[in-house]
Ligand binder design. Sequence first.
Ligand code: AP5
Length: 212
Amino acid sequence: MGLCQARLPKTAKPLKPELQEKLKSPIIIFVIGGPGSGKGTQCERLAAKYKFQHLGIGNLLRAEAGQPTGQGRQIKDIMLKGALVPSGFVLDLLNDSLLKREEAKGFLIDGFPRELHQAKEFECVVGRPPTLVIVFDCSTETMIQRLLLRGQTGNRADDHEASIRQRLETHYSLCEPVLAYYQHQNLLRNILGEEPEDAIFTKCCSIIDGLL
Ligand code: AP5
């Protein structure tokens, strides 16, 4: 485990100034919240409406986890345990995805940052903060119910009780400093994630409309 773990970088590669420059102008919205709070569902709809790029960190990592390599297996194991993939790897993946779509006018980055270190490292490596951070507030009961329900379709290997509990534990143990950090910068926008999808979508739209 020790040897394998060493292959996933803990620290992100720095971006050259000319690459940082390319990422200065787009709107970058981080969308965070607990597992099952609705991040992916809303980002998909918002990306379609605003022609923004939706970068779901979980989706990007699932693609990596599907590779038949030692690295792919390591990522898969970490995700099944509901733990966090090392930040350096996540940020490199995110930066590559941003730069591949540098012409986009906006990005919805779903599931990032999950810990304060990621928030600070993004700013350090990319050279700018996000434009805004949307957080979905949802009760533990609602999140568990939604994920167990989705688990019945079998689409997500981590939608079973043990993984769900661990994902929640990871979320609750790391989210507070992230929220405080963005609250302090007045970048945080809270949305009640308990409501029906359409009501949440309308609220997200009014936040984004305010940026355009
Ligand atoms: P990720 O794929 O992001 O999973 P998650 O955070 O556990 O969140 P989910 O995708 O399960 O839920 P969601 O909030 O997107 O809700 P959704 O819209 O899907 O990450 C997976 C793993 O990757 C992590 O555990 C970690 O290992 C790793 N990882 C990810 N990011 C990382 C990072 N930054 N650093 C390190 N590691 C990272 O909805 C869920 C269900 O609810 C759906 O069935 C949906 O139809 C339903 N639903 C949605 N909204 C509503 C609503 N309003 N009413 C009723 N049902 C609803």
